[in-house]
Design a protein around this ligand. Structure first.
Ligand SMILES: [Zn+2]
Length: 464
C-alpha cells in the first residue's frame, strides 16, 4: 500500500555514484537523504521478495545520525532491520552472509575526508551498483513509498566475525607484525584479532576516531604509509599491514619498510590459492602489472584480466567461480575458504598465515619478483563529455595501425617494450594511465606513445 502522505525526495545528483552513494555532510548529504534512501531501497528490496536487512556503520562522527535516519526509512517502509553497529564494511558483508537477511547497507565514507559519508549497498549477497543506484534516485523522486512498520533489533556480530577471521589463520611460527588501522572502523576488530593471533602485534592508530588524527586512512597513497614503514623498521617487525577507513582495502610493507602494491602481494596470495586449487582462475584488474598475470600462469593458475571497480570484480568472480580476485587499489577478494567479498582483515590473516608457514620473508618474496619498471596509476583531468570519447579515439587509431589492443576496460596496449593503459574513470572526470616496461628506456618509449595518442585527441599528457 502506498503512503498517501509521502512526497518525493530529490538527492543531490552528485551523490548517486557508480559503486556507492557518497556526499559531504550538511552540503550534499543530509539525514533526510538517509531516510529517503531507506524508503527507496525498501521498494527495491520488496520487489525482490525480501523483507529484512542488516545495517552497519563506520566510525565517522556523522555515522550514528545517518544510520539512525536510514533505519527509520527502512522500518517505515515495512522492512525488518538488524542493526550490527560499529565495525568495518566486511563485518557488514559477513552479517549479510550469515544472519539470513535479504540485503545489507553499510554507512561509510570509506577512506574519504572526515566531512564525507555515504553508503555501500547489497541486495541478496550481491553488490548493488551502477544503474540500480541511479534507479534509487527515480524511486525517491516519485515518492511512492510502501508504508508499513518493520521491526528493529540490535545484534552484536563483531566477536563472531573476528572468530571467523581467526578460523582461517594457518601459520606455524610466531611473527612480529605492525598493523595500522588509521583510526578507521577496523580498530576494535583489529584489537580483538591481534589479541588472539599467535606472535607479537604492534597496533597503530587502533582507536576509532572519525577525525583521523594520524593520517588519512588510505593505504594506496605513500604518505599514509610513512608511519607504518617507520614502525616496522624501528621495531624490527617482519612486516606491516595497513587498512583503509572501512577495512575493505589493504596495504602491505615488508620488513625493510618497503611498500608492496596490490599487484605484487596478489602474487603471494595467488600462489597459496593455486597450490590447493591447480588451474584456478585468478582475477586482477586492468591496472595490474603483467608480472602478476605471467606469474599466475607460471604457477599453474588461469589469469583473468577484468575491469576496474570492486563491484565489477565481485560480479565477475561470482560468474567465473574464481577463488581469488584483487585490484591494484587493495580490494582483495578471497572465495577460497571464505565468502568472496573484499575483506582487508581477512586478507591480512591469510598473508600472516602464508608468511608464518613458510621460511621466506615478505622482503625476500618482493625481491624474487621479476624486475620491471612501471609508473604508478596516473590520474589527470578530462572533461566528462570527452573522457570516454578520447579513449574510443585512441582505440580506433591503434586498431587501424594494427596494434595489439585489449579493450576490456579502456585500452591496454602491448608492445615489444611492455604495455600501457588508458581508461576513463567511472567515478571522476579523469583519465587514468599506467605504463610498464622491462627497463627505463622501454618505459620512456611507452610514455611517448601514450603522450602522442593523448595529444592527437587534444588532451595534455600528464607530467611523468
Ligand atoms: Zn574502503
Amino acid at each position: 500500500m502506498a503512503d498517501a502522505t509521502a512526497v518525493g525526495h530529490r538527492f543531490d545528483p552528485t551523490i548517486l555514484r557508480e559503486y556507492d552513494i557518497r556526499g559531504v555532510i550538511g552540503e550534499t548529504l543530509h539525514e533526510a537523504d538517509a531516510k529517503a534512501l531507506g524508503r527507496s531501497f525498501a521498494v527495491v528490496l520488496r520487489e525482490a521478495g525480501g523483507k529484512s536487512i542488516a545495517v552497519g556503520r563506520d566510525g565517522r562522527l556523522s555515522s550514528p545520525a545517518i544510520e539512525k535516519a536510514l533505519v527509520e526509512g527502512l522500518r517505515d517502509s515495512g522492512i525488518n532491520v538488524v542493526r550490527v553497529g560499529l565495525g568495518p564494511t566486511p563485518m557488514l558483508y559477513y552479517a549479510v552472509n550469515t544472519l539470513g537477511v535479504d540485503a545489507g547497507i553499510m554507512v561509510t565514507g570509506s577512506h574519504n575526508p572526515p566531512t564525507h559519508n555515504g553508503f555501500k549497498l547489497m541486495l541478496g549477497k550481491k553488490p548493488f551498483f551502477a544503474a540500480d543506484i541511479q534507479r534509487l534516485g527515480k524511486i525517491a523522486a516519485a515518492g511512492d513509498f510502501p508504508s508499513g512498520k518493520g521491526s528493529v533489533r540490535e545484534q552484536h556480530v563483531l566477536d563472531a566475525y573476528v572468530d571467523r577471521l581467526l578460523k582461517d589463520y594457518d601459520g606455524a611460527r610466531p611473527l612480529h607484525v605492525a598493523w595500522d588501522a588509521g583510526n578507521g572502523a577496523t580498530g576494535e576488530a583489529l584489537q580483538k584479532l591481534a589479541a588472539k593471533l599467535p606472535g607479537k602485534h604492534l597496533l597503530l592508530n587502533e582507536k576509532i576516531d572519525g577525525n583521523f588524527p594520524a593520517h588519512h586512512p588510505d593505504p594506496t597513497e605513500t604518505k599514509n604509509l610513512v608511519q607504518l614503514q617507520e614502525a616496522v623498521r624501528k621495531n624490527g617487525c617482519d612486516f606491516g599491514v595497513a587498512f583503509d577507513g572501512d577495512g575493505d582495502r589493504i596495504g602491505l610493507v615488508d620488513g625493510q619498510g618497503r611498500i608492496l602494491w596490490g599487484d605484487q602481494f596478489m602474487v603471494l596470495m595467488a600462489r597459496d590459492v593455486v597450490r590447493n586449487q591447480p588451474g584456478a582462475t585468478i582475477i586482477a584488474d586492468v591496472k595490474a602489472s603483467q608480472v602478476l598475470f605471467d606469474e599466475v600462469a607460471r604457477m599453474g593458475g588461469t589469469p583473468l584480466m577484468w575491469r576496474t571497480g570492486h563491484s565489477l570484480i565481485k560480479s565477475k568472480m561470482a560468474e567465473t567461480h574464481a577463488p581469488l580476485a584483487g585490484e591494484m587499489s587493495g580490494h582483495i577478494f578471497f572465495a577460497d575458504r571464505y565468502y568472496g567479498y573484499d575483506d582487508a582483515l581477512y586478507a591480512g590473516v591469510r598473508v600472516l598465515g602464508i608468511l608464518a608457514r613458510g621460511t621466506t620473508s615478505l622482503a625476500d618474496f618482493r625481491d624474487s619478483l621479476p624486475a620491471v619498471v612501471n609508473t604508478p596509476e596516473l590520474r589527470f583531468p578530462c572533461a566528462e563529455d570527452r573522457k570516454f570519447k578520447v579513449v574510443e579515439e585512441v582505440r580506433a587509431r591503434l586498431e587501424q595501425a594494427g596494434a595489439s589492443v585489449s579493450a576490456i576496460d579502456g585500452v591496454r596496449v602491448k608492445t615489444k617494450d611492455g604495455w600501457w593503459l588508458l581508461r576513463a574513470s567511472n567515478t571522476q572526470d579523469v583519465l587514468v594511465a599506467r605504463a610498464e616496461a622491462g627497463d627505463g628506456a622501454g618505459l620512456e618509449t611507452l610514455k611517448k606513445l601514450l603522450s602522442d595518442q593523448l595529444r592527437a585527441s587534444g588532451v595534455t599528457p600528464p607530467a611523468f
